[in-house]
Design a protein around this ligand. Structure first.
Ligand SMILES: [Fe+2]
Length: 282
C-alpha cells in the first residue's frame, strides 16, 4: 500500500499554522499568570517615598485559593496607599472574588475605590457600594480627600464611570475646581483612560486608570492594544505609562481573566497588578 504523500501546499500551511497554534496555546497559558508591574516616578511634592498599589478590572477573578496569590502580591508590595480603579466587580455573577480581595487588604493601607462601567451596570450597585465601605474602603464619587502619608500631603480624587450618560468634563469642573488652590501631590482615580484630555485640564500629578484590558492582544514593539473598547483598533492607552506635561497617566492592563471570555486569550498581556513607587525629585 502506498504511503499518503503530503502535498507542497499542505506542507506550507502546516509550516505557517503550527507556530501560530503554538503561540495561541502559549497565550492561553500565560494569559492566566499574574504579573506585577512596577513603575518609579518622581515628584518635588514628595519628601518620603510612597508606594501605591493599583488594582483594576478584577471582574471577580480569583487568583489562588481564596485569592491568596493576589493578596500575597499586594502584601509583599508594602503599600502605603491602595487604589481600586474600577470594574472590581462585574455586571452579574458571584462577587466572591471581589469580597476575598477586599477582606484580604483590609487595614493594610488607606484604600480608595471608584466605579467602572461594569460595576455600575450591576443591578445591585447600591448593595455593592455598601459592601465596599464595610471593608473600610473609601468610595470616591466625583469627590476628593486630603490625607497625609509619611509626612507627604496627598490629595486623592475619584470620578464615577460615565456609563450612565454622565459627562466627565462638566462634572470634573464642578467637583475639582478648588484643587487649583490646594497644595500637595494630587492623584485622580478615573476608570476610563480615553478621557485623558479632560483630566489634563485639572492640576493632577498622577492619574490611574484601567478599562482597556491591554486591548486583549497587546501588540509588541508599538505597545498598543489590538482592540480597546471606546478607543478602537491599535489603541494608544491600552496599558502603560504616559506623560502629559507634568501629569503622569498610568493605565493598568487589569486583572480579569473572566471577561471577556477566556476563549479570547490575553496575548502578550498577562493579568497585571501595578505598583507605583513615587519618590522625591529633590
Ligand atoms: Fe471597564
Amino acid at each position: 500500500m502506498n504511503k499518503p504523500v503530503m502535498t507542497k501546499t499542505k506542507k506550507r500551511l502546516l509550516f505557517i499554522w503550527s507556530p501560530l497554534f503554538l503561540l495561541y496555546i502559549l497565550s492561553l497559558i500565560t494569559g492566566f499568570m499574574l504579573q506585577t508591574t512596577t513603575y518609579e516616578i518622581y515628584s518635588d511634592k514628595i519628601d518620603d517615598e510612597i508606594r501605591i498599589v493599583l488594582i483594576t478590572d478584577l471582574h471577580n477573578t480569583v487568583f489562588g485559593k481564596n485569592q491568596k496569590q493576589l493578596i500575597g502580591r499586594i502584601k509583599d508590595s508594602n503599600p502605603d496607599l491602595i487604589l481600586l480603579a474600577g470594574d472590581i466587580f462585574h455586571d452579574y455573577g458571584s462577587r466572591d472574588g471581589a469580597h476575598m480581595l477586599m477582606e484580604g487588604i483590609q487595614g493594610l493601607a488607606p484604600a480608595y475605590f471608584v466605579t467602572g462601567n461594569h460595576d455600575l451596570s450591576n443591578r445591585e450597585i447600591s448593595l455593592i457600594l455598601n459592601e465596599v465601605t464595610s471593608y473600610g474602603i473609601t468610595i470616591l464619587s466625583d469627590s476628593f480627600e486630603e490625607i497625609e502619608i509619611k509626612g507627604n500631603r496627598i490629595i486623592v480624587a475619584g470620578i464615577d464611570d460615565p456609563v450612565k450618560g454622565y459627562n466627565h468634563k462638566i462634572e470634573m469642573q464642578r467637583a475639582f475646581g478648588e484643587l487649583h488652590e490646594k497644595g500637595g501631590y494630587k492623584i485622580l482615580l478615573a476608570h476610563r483612560p480615553e478621557d485623558i484630555n479632560y483630566y489634563t485640564e485639572h492640576p493632577f500629578d498622577l492619574v490611574v486608570s484601567g478599562h482597556a484590558h491591554g486591548g486583549q492582544v497587546f501588540v509588541p514593539f508599538i505597545n498598543r492594544g489590538l482592540y480597546v473598547p471606546h478607543q478602537g483598533i491599535l489603541a494608544e492607552y491600552a496599558g502603560g505609562l504616559y506623560e502629559h506635561g507634568t501629569l503622569t497617566h498610568i493605565v493598568s492592563r487589569g486583572l480579569s481573566i473572566k471577561h471577556p471570555s477566556p476563549i479570547i486569550p490575553r496575548v502578550n498581556n498577562r493579568p497585571e497588578l501595578v505598583v507605583i513607587s513615587v519618590k522625591s525629585a529633590n
